[in-house]
Design a protein around this ligand. Structure first.
Ligand SMILES: C[S@@+](CC[C@H](N)C(=O)[O-])C[C@H]1O[C@@H](n2cnc3c(N)ncnc32)[C@H](O)[C@@H]1O
Length: 263
């Protein structure tokens, strides 16, 4: 574990849902509209977390099957319970060591690839499990340009009171999450002619406490950092953010880059 991943806390599904799962769920709908996947397909959901994308695929894409995997046993158990559909099965697994027998029409990863240290290996593995002509697709937040404003405003405020926080800012950790960066990644992974597009939702909070509370639950990089702060520093951060955002309602843009390519 390095000084960045120390705070990437992927456990307690209920807490992750409040922080990010609910937004990823909304984004997943937009992503599937854009993707226009075939109906009756066999899917792989890589880094399924609490099941946001799996659930959206079941609702919108009439899949034949979905194999969903994640390294977090806690998230896998949560997703299995929450989704509860015979077409979906859930296993603990890693993007860089996909099951040897997997063979799917569509492989997708939602908000995952930036957290995988060897992204090229993950994309190569993904191509291996695709049937000929199969579709590989993923989305990541537009961190470098501050497109996920909820996260961006948090890290910018944190850096003002804690010099160590600047390096943890996901805008700096994941500079490849731009159209040019993603095109380069696809090239390195041998993916021809990827289609790269932005998709956007709004994150809305009734008041400041609704914005702040999920950061205190510890699930995800920013909440992982927030909960490890000494109480005094956490309160200083809360006050700084409250001053910046006001008492609400708070409406912030959340923009992602979506990528699709054929094998
Ligand atoms: C931001 S969450 C996204 C979860 C879910 N896909 C969603 O959209 O809500 C990032 C997920 O990536 C998973 N992850 C981290 N490293 C991974 C790896 N090497 N392979 C697969 N998944 C990984 C984490 O366990 C976590 O569930």
């Amino acid at each position: 574990m390095d000084r960045f991943t120390e705070f990437d806390a992927w456990s307690v599904g209920h807490n992750y849902e409040q922080y990010m799962g609910r937004w990823s769920r909304q984004l997943a709908g937009r992503f599937l509209d854009w993707l226009e996947p075939p109906r009756g397909a066999d899917w792989l959901d890589i880094g399924c977390g609490t099941g946001a994308l799996t659930g959206a695929i079941l609702e919108r894409a009439a899949p034949r099957s979905i194999l969903a995997l994640d390294p977090s046993a806690d998230f896998v158990a949560y997703a299995r319970r929450a989704v509860g559909d015979d077409r979906a099965s859930f296993i603990v697994g890693d993007a860089t060591a996909l099951p040897a027998t997997a063979s799917v029409d569509v492989a997708a990863a939602a908000l995952v690839l930036n957290f995988v240290p060897d992204r090229v290996a993950a994309l190569r593995q993904t191509q291996r499990v695709l049937k000929p002509g199969g579709m590989l697709a993923f989305y990541v937040w537009d961190y470098p340009r501050g497109g996920m404003e909820m996260i961006d405003v948090f890290w910018k405020a944190a850096a003002e009171i804690d010099p160590h926080a600047a390096a943890l800012d996901e805008a700096l950790r994941f500079p490849f999450c731009t159209d040019a960066g993603l095109a380069a990644l696809c090239r390195d992974a041998g993916l021809a002619a990827p289609d790269i597009e932005t998709i956007e939702i709004d994150t809305e909070f009734a008041d400041f406490e609704a914005f702040w509370h999920p950061f205190t639950l510890g699930a995800g990089p920013a909440p992982g950092y927030c909960t490890k702060l000494p109480a005094e520093a956490r309160e200083a951060l809360r006050q700084r953010l409250a001053k910046r955002l006001g008492n609400g309602p708070i409406r912030l843009a959340a923009r992602a880059w979506a990528v699709k390519a054929r094998r």
